[in-house]
Design a binder for this molecule. Structure first.
Ligand SMILES: [Zn+2]
Length: 306
């Protein structure tokens, strides 16, 4: 395995090959094989997708081939390609550093951009198309959490999409684009806002979104500031957090039932950490590898969310 890894590092990649009409199945010659890797040499230009479909029986695993071959998405005839058969780096730690997964936090969308919190639908669609074009993989929040727990390797170019507050504009502008591109997303809704007027999504609108695989998570009950207020006693603060976090979650649980694949048990635990941290008001955390990344998510939300 080590010899193969070194071999991969020494591969010199040619320029981007033009693909034309990509064949469904690879016609590459397999020149080496082990439990962990296949080494193939295409006889004509091929894509990571074709190779993944043929050798990994799953075109969506193309990222594994790309990540193992310095990000290459196309392979020229005669070029050696190392195809990893299974995940090799669930921690995302490499000699040059560790993996960070950007979490994009959107709020309101509209026909035109307005202020810091409303993005124009055209700009949003262009951002999504950019991600697709540049080979980013949009992963679900559940997959992201599994990665935090070192249970799943994520593509090097992973990104998570989140939408705060529960605006109806998600359904109007984001949903059609996300459906078209096959991107998963998480909505963080605060339950007092659900169904509150025509700018808000209702429970009846959230349910079908969940049924289609979109993830709906808690963004507190009233969207209040979770930091301790000046002069607030321990008991008052605990009561307020109970209302914002626990009650908000109960209401969310009653409003939408999550599909099986989102692993609600794991989720709840991860969210529990988040809540406990909020109650403690921050501070260093022992579980560095996991926490550093999760805090990125929390920071993102608190900085941008208003
Ligand atoms: Zn918010």
């Amino acid at each position: 395995m080590r010899a193969l890894s070194l071999g991969a590092a020494l591969l010199v990649l040619g320029g981007c090959a033009s693909i034309g009409s990509a064949p469904d199945r690879s016609t590459a010659t397999v020149v080496g094989e082990s439990e962990d890797f296949i080494v193939a040499v295409p006889v004509r230009n091929e894509t990571s997708g074709t190779l993944a479909r043929t050798y990994l029986a799953d075109a969506t695993k193309a990222w594994m081939i790309e990540d193992f071959n310095r990000g290459a998405r196309t392979f020229a005839a005669g070029q050696r390609v190392v195809i990893p058969r299974r995940p090799w780096n669930p921690a995302g730690v490499e000699p040059t550093g560790y993996q960070l997964v950007p979490i994009l936090v959107y709020h309101n969308l509209g026909p035109q951009s307005k202020g810091r919190l409303t993005l124009g639908s055209g700009a949003f669609a262009e951002q999504m198309r950019y991600l697709k074009r540049e080979g980013y993989r949009v992963v679900s929040l559940a997959e992201f959490v599994e990665w935090l727990r070192l249970k799943r390797q994520l593509p090097r170019k992973s990104v998570v999409l989140t939408f705060d507050d529960g605006y109806h504009s998600f359904r109007d502008y984001a949903y059609p684009v996300l459906k078209q591109l096959g991107f998963p997303a998480t909505l963080f809704v605060y339950t007092d806002y659900v169904g509150a007027g025509r700018n808000a999504l209702s429970w009846d609108e959230l349910k079908p979104l969940v049924a289609e695989g979109f993830d709906v998570q808690a963004h507190s009950k009233t969207h209040g500031d979770l930091r301790r207020l000046a002069g607030e006693t321990d008991a008052q603060y605990a009561r307020r957090m109970q209302a914002e976090l626990a009650v908000g979650l109960q209401l969310l649980g009653a409003g939408v039932t999550r599909p099986q694949q989102l692993r609600p048990r794991r989720h709840r635990r991860a969210r529990g950490q988040h809540e406990r941290r909020a109650e403690r008001g921050g501070g260093p955390h022992r579980r560095f590898s996991s926490w550093k990344r999760f805090r990125f998510l929390a920071n993102c939300s608190s900085v941008i969310s208003e």
